[in-house]
Design a protein around this ligand. Sequence first.
Ligand code: GSH
Length: 217
Amino acid sequence: MIALEPMSQTSSRDRYSLYGAKTGNCFRVAIGLEEAGIEYTPIVVDLMGGEQRGHAHRSLNPMGKVPVLAVNRAGGERFVLTQSNAILLHLDQLRPGLLLPQVPDERARALERFMFFLTDVIGPNHGAFKLRAPNITHGSLYLENIALRGIDYSESFLRESKFIGGSRFSLADIVAFTIINSMRDRIDWPNMPRLAKWFREVTNRPAVVRGMNAFDL
Ligand SMILES: N[C@@H](CCC(=O)N[C@@H](CS)C(=O)NCC(=O)O)C(=O)O
């Protein structure tokens, strides 16, 4: 049988750069890198000034968006990834067991909650954000309420387990934290004691604090 060699090998000498700004998508990746213990250089992209649409940034991400993770491999090649959630799943593969459980059922549960936040909370909230600028207020409020109802529902996850995706901190907590943090003023906290306790604890995790400060340069 022929053993297939991977086309490119990761190495402890690879150098990671995270291009981003103070947005939920970028915070998620910075927190993921911090939780995984991967050293990286944060590079601020000036979104207000349109730097993301300039030639230099588009050579990394033709869509002109952040975050972008650029990996300079020890062997000289460059590997570039866009899409915050694809980056998070890549980090899980680099540091198995730190960002997602490895036991299949536990991993599936954590991924189920990860996907729940991406599609049922962050997705509608992103739609609400897009409708705000053109003043489509009714549509914007409608989508924002869908996102808030999803957050209400997540209180039930914490009846079964200490963290959103299971007994240990995982990618599910990272995606839940960044969106809940950005919507924290609209959340019915008195009716969600478990979520409130979880939110306080996650806010104070050292890796989360470092990730949330990554673009304060
Ligand atoms: N699906 C992408 C979304 C990326 C995205 O929308 N990034 C925003 C910041 S959160 C951006 O770069 N906005 C600047 C622009 O669109 O000009 C991801 O998850 O990484």
